[in-house]
Ligand binder design. Sequence first.
Ligand code: AMP
Ligand code: MG
Length: 345
Amino acid sequence: MRTKIQRVNPKKPELTKIREAAKLIRSGGVVAFPTETVYGLGADALNARAVKKIFVAKGRPSDNPLIVHISDEDDLAKLAVDIPNVMKKISRRFWPGPLTVVLKKSKIVPKITTGGLDTVAIRMPENFIATLLIREAHTPIAAPSANYFGRPSPTTAEHVLEDMDGRIGLILDGGSTKIGIESTVIDLTAKTPILLRPGGVSVEQLQKELGKIKIHPVLRGKKAKIVYRSPGMKYKHYSPDAQVILVEGSESKVSQKIIRLTRELKKQQKRVGIVCITKARYNADAIKIVGPSYQKFAASLFGVFREFDSKKIDVILVQAVPKKGIGLGIMNRLEKAAYKKIKAR
Ligand code: AMP
Ligand code: MG
């Protein structure tokens, strides 16, 4: 299969291009497209055969559910049942945007879309290309991140091509994604909403709007004997080929530790890459400053992983961030990618 890349103006998407992609979706094909979080690998969420193609292209285990993307709030009532009242508040405040809700699924959603679960994850994205594509396809679009399974999520069309060349027919190129990490996922099927994945919307924002929310134990580092409400949690994610070492502690302690670690690793003939928030006197094979804002850190993170892999870096030393605001989402991705975590003293 030849993979076509179609450039689309992100501010003023050309309708003919969107319609061509929408036609492909309607006929059961797979299209990669930008959202404000990361690029998605989309297919008609209500067509089991089309959704199957996503799993094949991505190499994703079939019990790992997909997020269904909508462009109109009315679609919610078609896809989900027993929708709690709090949903109104949520959609008013956070949609369109990087928040996914898990609800009881309706009959029209095929089991393959939800990884065999009776719940469905739904999000209304904000990205203009994404919403137009969904609208023109006249169907909700199931889309996981458009990376090959286990690789860092793509934040540019070039990243998608790296993983999906020859595996899908079309990539809509709308430039870099704004947020850079995936959506926040909350489960609304219990009395108190449960955070399943931190992301673009922060826990603090959710608490302000909803009051109490629970944090899933897996996110607090618990592993054993937990029933996985969110099967995606059990899979390794986001990993570059290089070994990631996460360094925690105060700014000055961390930079001293990184300098010492770099020296040791260089003695072992390793190629070292450093991801830090502010400039320091590092001497490594690749250095990326991803601050000063944590928004910028999130937006650059997956791209840096891919860039360092292409530079054949063996070990990536990353400065940890506080688990606040988008920092919780960043740390969740880093901890999943990390081979080990070190406290700088
Ligand atoms: P991705 O498609 O890579 O953005 O990942 C989607 C993630 O959303 C999955 O890995 C799950 O963790 C979560 N998810 C999707 N559907 C459900 C569901 N029905 N119940 C719980 N979590 C879900
Ligand atoms: Mg993913």
